[in-house]
Design a protein around this ligand. Structure first.
Ligand code: IMP
Ligand code: MG
Length: 182
């Protein structure tokens, strides 16, 4: 694995994003809505950089990657959705890859009639988009590599890393090997 974005670079960029978002939502009833599990660290840092009052909630989305690096069938779960009718919503995820997760969640959330809805992602992977939608706020554009750390996982590992790292072939083969050996 090698480091693509350091913890310091992330901290600096999250502070900038927080300032931009604070400016946009002054005197607005903002709800920051994180997408579990990948967004937890980003949401925790971002909300402390947003200096206008806001609520926080979470929804869940998963695309069944397991030990692969390709997404499968997308499932979303809105059971813990807070009241967002008439409020401004900022949907926050770790990464915009094909965009299917963000696009599907925006469609579902619009049914609850929020006053407005925008999306923010830490990472925007280039060359992968499969939907019309693009994120309203993004931290970093990244190349088409499978990344982990700062909330992002490979088969549920590596989320705790403070930086963003790129998994190399050896990391993937090792993991796939140990899974198929079971
Ligand atoms: P999308 O629906 O294709 O945009 O994918 C979004 C979801 O796939 C993210 O919330 C991540 O959970 C996962 N994902 C996409 N690319 C990566 C990656 O490089 N590393 C880890 N997870 C990823
Ligand atoms: Mg995710």
């Amino acid at each position: 694995m090698y480091t693509l974005i350091t913890a310091n670079q992330i901290a600096q960029r999250v502070t900038e994003l927080g300032a931009e978002i604070s400016h946009a939502y002054q005197s607005r009833p903002l709800t920051v809505l994180g997408v579990l599990n990948g967004s937890v660290i980003f949401v925790a840092d971002l909300m402390r950089s947003i200096d206008v009052p806001h609520r926080v909630g979470f929804v869940q989305a998963s695309s069944y990657r397991g030990a692969t690096t390709e997404g499968g069938e997308l499932s979303v779960q809105l059971d813990n959705l807070p009241e967002i009718t008439g409020r401004d919503v900022l949907l926050v995820d770790d990464i915009f890859d094909t965009g299917r997760t963000i696009s599907r969640l925006l469609d579902e959330l619009r049914r609850a009639k929020p006053a407005s809805i925008r999306s923010a992602v830490l990472l925007w992977k280039q060359g992968r988009g499969e939907v019309q939608q693009t994120p309203d706020y993004h931290g970093f554009l990244i190349p088409n590599e499978f990344v982990v750390g700062y909330g992002l996982d490979y088969d549920d590992d590596y989320r705790h890393l403070p930086m963003i790292g790129v998994l190399e072939d050896a990391d993937l083969r090792h993991k796939d090997q140990s899974v198929s050996d079971k």
